[in-house]
Design a protein around this ligand. Structure first.
Ligand code: ADP
Ligand code: MG
Length: 453
């Protein structure tokens, strides 16, 4: 059957309407289906296009029959469904699932969950879409899809929020599952306390009763040999029992120096996703969400929100800080209910940020390096390999690591979609050249100086 695009669109919007009605949880619909398309109908197969591999896997595992039967209903024909991922279309191995695991509920068990960090309060954009979809998949089917799920990215971008969101979601759907959120600090403290008071076995018992574990900032475990050995035991306990484990870190598993290889390779046996800084539109949406949650009396001009989103979008924590600063100024200093751009300028000048001083970010590094080498910013991310452009590109990548601690994957993306190993090579080369060649050293030092001022 050959159908025009228009006809396909019609069919699909009909199917989506029906699916939206039949799926109870609107978040599931929004995350996995709302962006899908009917790409073609070929012979007896309806080919549905999604824009990431999580959606494909989730639809195949959990929504296949529903989507297929809805297509049949709308078209009055029994088409087979085939879900295709627009970008990679790699078949992710679907892991065998075991029976639901047993859970013994502990009275007064403290999950350490912050009720405000939910999926509803989390704004989705291109920078966090993958991490959000992977987290929601884990929350919907703990232990079944991505285990472990490893989320990494710079500080202030929403990793902790997502961990709690998974915990809160599972708790809201299934009271029997015991969920535990621990930061690495708590994990380390607990380790020493337990070893001192009750011994290793007692500690193991404690974790045995947990069904879902959410461990935040595991980069801090990397340097603690004894603790990381113990962590490995707990980790295996969870994976072998198909209990969900989610880890966050400020760097990718590769870069967790100090952690044993066997642990790093086990991290990679699940799914690793990177979370990056929100772009302007997402920043704006986040600001609006924060305002909605706080139920504010103050009226904030759109122009002011746009100003903050532009200035502070490199990090969500900074974005929130800027909003709080603005509200503080409005309430305590100018005593005004109406927040316009003039008030915003007062607020940000008083703390010395805002218009006058730009926060260092990847774009600033690109501009400084491109200016120094007299090339365009686009050439830095291009495929061109003249020696000048290559050197400039290596130095820019190196500076992103050194000055911003940007994850390798993000740097690779920023410089023309290069692989993380290319970024590692570039950084190592610059390090080596700085030691061996004083001209090189002078250039790098000068650029660092310019960027820090
Ligand atoms: P990280 O753990 O990566 O350092 P957090 O999860 O602590 O970052 O996020 C910092 C702040 O930003 C939190 O208050 C969190 O609610 C907020 N935040 C981060 N990303 C989002 C988002 N996409 N939508 C709404 N709030 C967000
Ligand atoms: Mg955090």
């Amino acid at each position: 059957m050959v159908l025009s695009n228009l006809k396909l669109q019609d069919i699909w919007s009909n199917v989506l309407d029906k699916l939206e009605e039949s799926i109870d949880d609107s978040m599931v619909f929004n995350t996995f289906l709302s962006d899908s398309k009917l790409a073609a109908i070929e012979k007896d197969t309806a080919i549905v296009l999604v824009n990431n591999s999580f959606s494909k896997e989730f639809i195949n595992a959990s929504l296949f029959d529903l989507v297929q039967s809805t297509i049949s209903k709308v078209t009055q024909t029994n088409f087979k469904l085939s879900v295709v991922d627009e970008y990679t279309d790699k078949n992710v191995d679907s892991k065998e699932t075991k029976d639901e695991y047993n859970s013994s509920s502990l009275i007064n068990f403290n999950s350490n969950l912050n009720p405000e960090y939910t999926f509803e309060n989390f704004v989705i954009g291109p920078s966090n879409r993958e991490s959000h979809a992977a987290s929601l998949s884990a929350a919907l089917n703990p232990g079944k899809f991505y285990n472990p799920l490893f989320i990494y990215g710079r500080s202030g971008l929403g990793k902790t929020h997502l961990l709690h969101a998974v915990g809160n979601y599972i708790r809201s759907k299934n009271n029997n599952l015991k969920i535990l959120y621990v930061s690495s600090d708590t994990f380390i403290d607990e380790y020493f306390r337990c070893i001192r008071e009750k011994g290793f076995d007692a500690l193991k018992e404690k974790f045995k009763s947990v069904d879902v574990i959410l461990i935040d900032d595991i980069q801090f475990l990397a340097t603690r040999e004894k603790v990381s050995e113990y962590f490995f035991t707990i980790f295996n306990l969870f994976i072998n029992a198909q209990k969900q484990i989610i880890l966050t870190s400020d760097r990718s598993p590769f870069e967790l120096k100090g952690l044993e290889d066997r642990l790093v390779s086990r991290f990679q046996s699940g799914l690793t996703v990177c979370i990056s800084a929100p772009e302007y539109e997402t920043s704006l949406k986040i600001l609006k969400k924060k305002i909605e949650i706080q139920n504010l009396n103050e009226e904030i001009d759109e122009e002011v929100l746009s100003f903050i989103a532009q200035k502070f979008s490199k990090d969500v924590r900074q974005l929130e800080g800027a909003l709080n600063k603005l509200l503080f100024t409005a309430i305590n200093i100018t005593n005004s209910n109406k927040i316009d751009i003039d008030l915003a300028k007062v607020a940000f000048n008083t703390i010395g940020i805002g218009e006058s001083k730009k926060t260092l970010d990847i774009d600033l590094i690109k501009v400084a390096v491109a200016e120094y080498y007299n090339i365009s910013v686009n050439e830095l991310s291009s495929k061109l390999r003249t020696s000048k452009i290559t050197v400039a590109r290596h130095i820019a990548m190196y500076l992103c690591r050194e000055l911003l601690n940007t994850p390798l994957k993000e740097i690779g993306n920023e410089f023309g979609g290069r692989d993380h190993s290319t970024v590692i090579n570039a950084c190592e080369k610059v390090n080596k050249m700085c030691k061996e060649n004083s001209d090189y050293f002078v250039v790098v030092t000068e650029l660092k100086k310019r960027l820090k001022n």
